[in-house]
Each structure stands twice: as structure tokens, then as C-alpha cells.
Design a protein. Structure first.
Length: 483
């Protein structure tokens, strides 16, 4: 885990496949086992199961132009359904340990930026259009070509940045770090705990979980991350039953009144493909789709590269195996998310938790996807894992991904500066896309300043130009009279 791993690093001879399933998923060939894949599938599910609670909260709390709100139960069903289907398809078709679900950030854009301008059906129609456009970019080879055009050191920086980002997510989700309210009139954006100190049983569960996870990892215990999640969940349930706790956040670790619940598929198929054009005008719609595509495009790119690098699946050139197929499935997931009214679905960086458990193939996706399918009926049971029990996995995996930083040549400023900006901007802006954009623009500018503009692939020039537009979208909208 301490170096950027590639398929070229492995011995030339792999153990023979045990059966046809092993052969199809190349489990033995990639140095994995069925046990590792299963553990990884569980770990990935538990670290991203929060989306079953969070997505309905984000989308369900917003109103469209006409004051309508989406039903929370229907949103839960749609979220679980899309995650289950697309995660399994990615496993079978892409053979990567890469789970998919409704994308955080993208769902907020839909809820608070797009929906107030149109109806929910129109907003979800834009998501479908965004997904279709991404699929076109994949089919034409443009999306894959952009990924191949990225220099290897920048790919490594993306992985490191994602590691810091998901560790930060873990600290924030657990309440170990919190945002200082604006009313505090301070320039310090975050603080320890909720008041500058660590207080409450939930944070204690997180801290114990981190210590347990890193201790198990240091001793190279198989299933370290999953053991930690399960152990801390049990401890959280016990603590919640005996202590007076105001809030655990999104998920309370208490045994539910009922285990089985009936799914409600009422939102499936409720979208209008071109209704938004009539509601808000062509220019506004084009800018909204551009924002969605750019964010989804590069967010996925960073996630795919980061997960593949950590799993040791990059080839000798630093490329992802079967990349075109993987990106096409990811684009189809955006379409499925819009069609189901659960917002754009995308690849999840939390898949790194499964990789940390040993996942190396798409077989682990069958486990994760099956658990999401079960969540359609067992949501009360499967959502008892509090964020404080799952977040330590993100911190641990953040460390594992961070170790790739030593592969970057920090003495070469034309690489080091873009790499630094990529790594720093991701956690500081809470966005993978922003970090990639900062790194791309800096790389192009520095190469140009040094008289090495010809060394920059033309696709990186194009991508950087798009990022300039992305970062300057507000003044552009004002110039065009959109605002």
C-alpha cells in the first residue's frame, strides 16, 4: 500500500483460476480471493450506505419552481435501486471494485440550483441529458483520451488528493471536525469538534474506531476495516441504549421497530427530457448542463484513477484497464439516476474502503450491489450503522492513498506545483473536480511559461480551457445576462 501499484509490479505467473467465476473476474490473477472480495464488498457498502439517508434528505428538503417536494420514502427506494443495479453492472461489465450511487454535490446542485428554476421532472430530465452527453463523449473516445493524456505524476497527485479528501470527509462526518458558524466572525473555517473540543459519545465511538482500525491495519489483520465498522456499530448501539444522546447525526444506532419495509417505486420514470428548455431558456439550460457534465466528468475520472491505482490495477503506462467500458457504465449511471429521480449516479470514492479490505475485481460489486438491493426491503436494519462507526474506514483509506505522494518528483516544479494544487484544493474546497481543474490549469500555465507548451497534450489544453470557464462561470453568466 505504500507505493503506486500497477499490474506490471506483480509476478508474471498467477495461480490458476479455481472456477469459471474466478476466471471471469480474474480474482486469482489479480492476487485476490473470494473472501477478500466479499469483505471488500461489505466494507464499501457500509461506508457509502449513508447515501440511503442523505440523498432523500438533500433532495426531499428542496422545492421546485412550483413548490413541489419529492417523497422521502420514494427517494430512498430510487436511491437504493439505482445503486444496486449500476454497481452490479459495473462489477460485471467493468470488473473494477467501483461502486456507484447518487453523487453528493451533484444532488445538491439539482436540489438547490436547478429545481428552483423548473419542475422536478424537468430537473431530472437535465440529469438524463447530462448522462447521455457523457455517454456520447465516451463512445467517441474523447473521455478516455482525456484520461490517457494526463501525465502520470498528475494521476498520482489525484490519488493523493482524493486520499486527503476522503479522510477529511471521515473527520467531518464523524463530528471530529466541524465548520465554525459564520456568526462567529472568524477567518478559521473549521475546528475540533463542535465547540473547539471533543465532546459526546458519538465522537468517542469515532476515535475508538480510528484507533481500532489503524491498530488492526498495523498488525495486517485480514478484514481490519470491516471488523472495525461492525465492532463500532455494536458499541454504538450499546452506548445509545444506556446513554442520553441528543443526536448521532443522520443515522441513530438503535435496533429498528421493524426490519422489513415495502419499497415505493413511485418516482421511477418521472422525468421530462426537454421540458427545461421551455421553462428557463436555452442559455440557462446549456450552462446548467455544462456545469453538471464537467463536474461529473472529472469527478469520475479522479475516482476511477484513484481507486485503480490503490488496487494496483493500472498498467505499465498508468492506464486503467477496460477504461472505455468503465466510463460508459458510469455515464449510463447518470442517465439511470435521472430517470429514477434520484439525481445523477456516479462512481464512489468510498469504494476505496473495499480496496483497503483487499477488493481487486468487480466480484466485490456483486456483494455491494446485492446489499443495496436488500436495502430496498431492509432499510430499517441496514441503516443502523452510524457515520461515527463507518468514518474511521475513510480515515484509514485516506492514509493508504496518501502514501503515493512519494512517487511524485517534488524537485521538478513543473510537476510539483500542479501536483500540490491538485492535492490541496480537493480537501480545501470539498471537491475532486476543483482539485483536478486547479492542477490542469497550473500544469498548462507552467509548461507555457517554461517554453514547453508543445509538451502539453492538446486535450489537456482543451480541458484546461473548460476549467477556466468552469471557475469563471459566475461572471460569464452575468455577461450573458443569465443572472
Amino acid at each position: 500500500m505504500s507505493e503506486t501499484k500497477t499490474t506490471a509490479d506483480r509476478p508474471g505467473t498467477a495461480p490458476p483460476a479455481a472456477n469459471s467465476v474466478d476466471r471471469y473476474f480474474r480474482i486469482s490473477e489479480r492476487g485476490s480471493t473470494f473472501g477478500r472480495e466479499i469483505r471488500g464488498g461489505f466494507a464499501t457498502f457500509f461506508t457509502m450506505a449513508y447515501i440511503l439517508v442523505l440523498n432523500p434528505i438533500i433532495l426531499g428538503s428542496a422545492k421546485d419552481k412550483f413548490g413541489h417536494q419529492l417523497d422521502a420514502v420514494q427517494l430512498s427506494t430510487a436511491t437504493a435501486l439505482v445503486a444496486a443495479v449500476m454497481t452490479i453492472i459495473m462489477g460485471v461489465g467493468g470488473n473494477l471494485p467501483l461502486a456507484l450511487a447518487a453523487g453528493l454535490g451533484l444532488n445538491a446542485v439539482v436540489a438547490f440550483q436547478i429545481a428552483p428554476l423548473m419542475s422536478w421532472d424537468d430537473a431530472m430530465g437535465l440529469i438524463v441529458l447530462e448522462g447521455l452527453l457523457i455517454c456520447v463523449l465516451v463512445v467517441t473516445g474523447l473521455r478516455e483520451a482525456v484520461m490517457h493524456a494526463i501525465p502520470q505524476p498528475l494521476k498520482q497527485a489525484i490519488s493523493v488528493g482524493i486520499g486527503l479528501f476522503i479522510a477529511f470527509i471521515g473527520f467531518v462526518d464523524a463530528g471530529f471536525v466541524s465548520r465554525i458558524p459564520d456568526v462567529a466572525n472568524t477567518t478559521v473555517p473549521v475546528q475540533l469538534g463542535g465547540t473547539g473540543t471533543l465532546t459526546g459519545w458519538p465522537v468517542l465511538v469515532f476515535c475508538l474506531g480510528v484507533l481500532l482500525t489503524i491498530g488492526l491495519l498495523a498488525r495486517k489483520v485480514k478484514g481490519a476495516i470491516l471488523i472495525s465498522i461492525v465492532t463500532m456499530t455494536v458499541l454504538a448501539i450499546v452506548i445509545n441504549s444506556v446513554a442520553d444522546i441528543k443526536s448521532w447525526g443522520l443515522t441513530t444506532p438503535s435496533w429498528p421497530d421493524k426490519i422489513v419495509d415495502t419499497p415505493d417505486f413511485g418516482l421511477i420514470g418521472h422525468f421530462s427530457l426537454f421540458g427545461a428548455f421551455g421553462e428557463t431558456g436555452v442559455i440557462t439550460v446549456v450552462l446548467l448542463i455544462f456545469t453538471l457534465v464537467l463536474s461529473d466528468f472529472f469527478d469520475t475520472m479522479g475516482t476511477v484513477v484513484g481507486i485503480s491505482a490503490e488496487a494496483g490495477l493500472l498498467d505499465e503506462k498508468g492506464d486503467v484497464p477496460h477504461l472505455g467500458r468503465v466510463l460508459l457504465i458510469d455515464g449510463a449511471a447518470a442517465v439511470a439516476g435521472g430517470a429514477a429521480s434520484s439525481s445523477s449516479a456516479t462512481s464512489y470514492i468510498e469504494s476505496a474502503a473495499g480496496v483497503g479490505e483487499g477488493s481487486r475485481t468487480g466480484f466485490s460489486n456483486l456483494v455491494t450491489g446485492s446489499l443495496f438491493a436488500l436495502a430496498l426491503f431492509l432499510t430499517p436494519l441496514l441503516t443502523i450503522v452510524p457515520l461515527q462507526a463507518a468514518a474511521p474506514a475513510l480515515v484509514a483509506v485516506g492514509f493508504l492513498m496518501m502514501t503515493q505522494v512519494k512517487s511524485i518528483d517534488w524537485d521538478k516544479y513543473e510537476i510539483a506545483i500542479p501536483a500540490f494544487l491538485t492535492i490541496a484544493v480537493m480537501p480545501f474546497t470539498y471537491s475532486i473536480t476543483n482539485g483536478i481543474g486547479a492542477g490542469f490549469v497550473a500544469y498548462v500555465v507552467i509548461k507555457t511559461v517554461l517554453g514547453k507548451a508543445k509538451e502539453v497534450h492538446w486535450l489537456l489544453w482543451g480541458a484546461s480551457a473548460l476549467f477556466v470557464v468552469y471557475f469563471a462561470i459566475d461572471p460569464i453568466e452575468q455577461i450573458l445576462g443569465v443572472k
